[in-house]
Design a protein around this ligand. Structure first.
Ligand code: S3P
Length: 171
């Protein structure tokens, strides 16, 4: 098992950290949202708008299934809701070593305050929805993770340092 899978709430830094980690390890990088957008030819927000969230969740599961077995030496950044869908935690563990980037709610709230790209945060109740989702998802992230990494107080590069060490010990 030679892939590293980054999970966590929207805004926890999965993509930025994942890209930098991949560079350091000389791994490939893949983002499940980008993969879905590439295959469907539409941004995630458009898929939500036209086909609905349930359809997007199906695409997420299909995407992970398709990656198992064919992906090697890759850091994978996973959409925030993907580990919550029933069965996906098991699939992620088949795909690689799953690391949960733990970030406190207040830090995420500050980062996501003016976000316009994520459909689940759209509208005036965006932050309230975020808080509800945060509570609901925490147990799923913890259950899906092989390793938990606290990111509070760490710069991106320090988080990448920790992940590099984990990768060196695990892979
Ligand atoms: C979602 C997170 C997004 C994206 C979609 C839904 C979620 O990815 O998959 O907007 O349900 O948390 P990021 O976690 O990369 O923002």
């Amino acid at each position: 098992m030679d892939n590293i899978i980054l999970i966590g709430f929207m805004g926890c830094g999965k993509t930025t950290v994942g890209q930098q980690l991949a560079k350091r390890l000389k791994y490939d990088f893949l983002d499940t949202d980008k993969q879905i957008e590439h295959i469907n030819g539409q941004p995630v927000s458009k898929i939500f708008e036209t086909a609905g969230e349930a359809f997007f969740r199906k695409l997420e599961t299909e995407t992970v299934k398709e990656l198992i077995g064919r992906l090697h030496h890759t850091v994978v950044s996973v959409g925030g809701g993907l580990p919550v869908t029933s069965g996906n935690a098991k699939l992620l563990k088949e795909l690689g070593t799953v690391v949960y980037l733990e970030t406190p709610r207040e830090v995420l709230e500050a980062r996501l305050l003016n976000d316009t790209t994520r459909p689940l945060l759209a509208g005036k109740d965006g932050l309230k929805n975020m808080s509800l989702l945060y509570d609901k998802r925490l147990p799923f992230y913890k259950a899906a993770a092989d390793i938990r990494l606290e990111t509070e107080g760490k710069s991106i590069s320090e988080v990448v340092d920790c992940l590099q060490e984990i990768a060196n010990n695990k892979i």
